[in-house]
Structures are given as C-alpha cells and as structure tokens.
Design a protein around this ligand. Structure first.
Ligand SMILES: *[C@@H]1O[C@H](CO)[C@@H](O)[C@H](O)[C@H]1NC(C)=O
Ligand SMILES: *[C@@H]1O[C@H](CO)[C@@H](O)[C@H](O)[C@H]1NC(C)=O
Length: 373
C-alpha cells in the first residue's frame, strides 16, 4: 500500500479520534509506565521477541503478575479492536461481529445450563462484556473476577454508563482478585456454576484455578471453560507449529498452551468430572458459520475490518505510530500493538491450519457426592 493511500485511510481515523473523541489504544491512563510494564513483560518471556521454535523458560512465581501486566497493557487495545468482549467467536453472514460474539456467549450459557437467579462466578472476566450479556440473557446473578484493577474500573464505569436497568445492574458484581486463590468473600459451596471464558489458558498451570472453582461451586454444579487450546492435530515436533504456538503465547499473554487430552487431566487433577468437550469453532463451521479467524484475516463487518482484521491491525499500528510520535500516546504503545499483531497473525494462521482454536469448550462438574470424602 502506498503512502498516499495510507494517509487517506489514516486521516479519518485520526480525525475521529480527535474530533469525535473516539477512544484510541493507549488512551486510558495506566497505573504504571507502559514502557516499564512492557520491559517486565518481555523479561518474563525472555527472548520471546526473537521468534523461533524455542519455548521461553517457565517462571511460575511470576505467572500471576505477567497476566496482570498483560491485561493492563492491552485492555484499551482490545476495547478499541473488539469491543467489551475479549474473546473470539465464529461469525455469521448477516450478523454483525458483535451479534455473532453474543450468539456464542449465549450458546455457552445454554451448554452450562444457567438459569435465572443462579449464583455464578466468571473467573477472569476482563471488562465484563460477556458477564453482562450472559446475566441479561439467563437472569443469573454473576460475580466476575479479574486480577487487573484497570479492568474492574472499566467494568464498573461501563455498567454505570451503558446499563439502564436496575434488574440487570443487580446481577453484575465485579471483584479484583486472583483466580489461583479466590478472595475469602467467594465462599466454599456457594455458587451454582463457575466459568472461565478465554481466561484459563493465562494460567501456566490450570489446576489451581480449576481447584478454586471446584471449591466455591456446590456439589453437582458446573465448572466450564471456553479456552484457547491446541487442537488434536497440533504437532509438537513441527517447528512451524511451535513457532505459531509461541507467537500466540507471547502476544496473547498465555503460557503453555496444550491439547484437550492434556487439559482434561488438569480438570481431573482439580477434582472435576469432565462431562463434555468440543471445539465450538468447528461446530459453528458445520452449522454454516464462518471461521472465527475471519475477523483476524479479512474482517467480518465494517467495524471489525477497520480494527481487528489484518488491514485493521495495520491501521491501528499506523495510528498508534502517529499518536506515539506526536506524543499523544505513551511510549511503548506501538510495541504493544506489534505484540498483539504478532499474536493475531499467529492465531489466524494456526486457525486456518486447524491446529488451534480459541473456543474449545469443556463442561465439567463438581462430583455430586459430599466433598471432603
Ligand atoms: C447478586 O449477588 C450479589 C453478590 O453476591 C449480591 O450483592 C446481590 O444482592 C445479588 N443480586 C440479586 C438480585 O440477588
Ligand atoms: C510432526 O512433525 C515432524 C517434524 O516436522 C514430522 O517428522 C512428523 O511426521 C509430524 N507428525 C505428524 C503426525 O504429522
């Protein structure tokens, strides 16, 4: 693309940022300097910027902090590129990107069997987009948790600004906390269900968060995951597969992506019974939907083409480059955009190759027998 075209496209974007005050990536103030957080993040994934098949060394103690830093860095990018839900979903012709996302959130809620007034925990809630839609759809009372203070603040602001119904507000609660060790307020045997919506793979070892979910959910209750996972076809001995895996892990703030058979052992180690497990991405394709990766490659509708598609992400990078160069966006904003671009690219390629999915659903339950037997 020539420079002239680039500026013709950039101008309206910059115009809408300054004139219409559309939030741009890097707009919201962080509680630490972006460049500083990035340096720590890179340190955690030491050597990760030199893309290659070699995996970064594990650093379990730093895992929680890495996820927190990651989400502090990327939250406003995701709000800009994806809206209030930071997950991927299959897409349907004639449905907008947002309607497609909401459709599969509802499908997930249905699979979990959520009902009005159930007490439900959303562990790793992001800024609570899915939580708000699932509580509205099912009538369940959902408490969301994230270890990122920035995200809880955004969730509360959005709820104040966009939710007009008191009925709905009464069913959305947000907490700051670590899903590896849930806050005391989330008591044992008090929830009807708990779910992880694209949040479980941020933990290097999934047993602690799953064990915590098992602890707070009543016997017989559901613990469900919608997860970034390698599909069974993924080949650990193939250097190209491994390079894509690493690109997704670094840019996605993830660790140690694994396959369904390996993930099930983690559910079982947490004392859960796996009832069912499948790739919702492929399920949707069978039903005539487009692959979830479309939003990352060509784009699905006009808004997603402008922000999340391959072209949209380039546009975001140019925008951010301009904003950072003229001193409007903080230093390190472009690097954050590049990191996300690499993740988006790797995920799209791996998706088209059918070796990865961001929507592997696992439905498990807490054994119905009394606990502590
Ligand atoms: C939903 O749960 C929250 C947190 O436990 C509680 O404060 C609130 O009263 C509940 N809302 C309804 C409608 O029961
Ligand atoms: C996995 O990759 C290795 C290295 O490229 C290759 O030799 C092997 O045949 C592959 N396995 C399968 C099942 O495709």
């Amino acid at each position: 693309m020539g420079l002239t075209t680039m500026f013709m496209v950039l101008l309206p974007v910059l115009g809408s940022i300054f004139v219409l005050k559309v939030p741009y990536p890097g707009k919201f103030e962080l509680d630490a300097e972006r460049a500083n957080i990035l340096a720590k993040f890179d340190d955690y994934y030491s050597g990760a910027v030199e893309w290659g098949a070699e995996q970064p060394s594990h650093d379990e103690a730093n895992n929680k902090d890495a996820a927190e830093r990651y989400f502090t860095l990327i939250t406003d990018f995701f709000e800009y590129g994806w809206g209030d839900a930071f997950h991927m979903s299959p897409l349907k012709e004639g449905y907008s990107f947002k309607a497609s996302m909401a459709y599969w959130e509802q499908n997930f809620a249905l699979e979990m069997g959520l009902k009005p007034d159930m007490r439900v925990a959303d562990l790793g809630m992001g800024i609570g987009g899915p939580l708000r839609r699932i509580s509205e759809f099912t009538g369940a009372n959902i408490t969301g948790l994230t270890n990122c203070v920035h995200q809880v603040n955004r969730a509360k602001t959005i709820t104040e600004q966009r939710i007009s119904s008191q009925w709905h507000k009464d069913r959305c609660t947000y907490l700051v906390g670590d899903y590896n060790k849930l806050p005391a307020i989330m008591e044992e045997n008090t929830y009807d269900a708990a779910y992880f919506l694209e949040s479980l793979s941020h933990s290097e070892n999934r047993v602690p968060p799953l064990s915590e979910a098992r602890r707070i959910v009543k016997p017989g209750g559901i613990v469900a995951g919608w997860q970034w996972m390698l599909r069974p076809e993924f080949n650990y001995s193939d250097p190209y597969h491994m390079e894509l895996k690493r690109g997704m892990e670094y840019g996605g703030g993830l660790r140690n992506l694994n396959k369904p058979s390996e993930r099930h052992l983690e559910y079982e180690a947490a004392g859960l019974e796996v009832l069912g497990s499948w790739d919702m991405g492929m399920q949707a394709i069978e039903r005539g939907w487009n692959g979830w990766w479309t939003s990352l490659t060509s784009g699905h509708d006009i808004p997603s083409t402008l922000t999340s598609s391959h072209f949209g992400r380039k546009l975001t990078m140019w925008t951010v480059w301009v904003l950072e160069t003229i001193g409007v966006a903080e230093k390190g904003t472009l690097r954050t955009a590049e990191m996300l671009e690499h993740c988006g690219y790797s995920a799209a390629v791996a998706g088209e190759m059918h070796i990865f999915t961001p929507a592997w659903v696992t439905i498990a339950r807490v054994p119905p027998a009394p606990k502590g037997e």
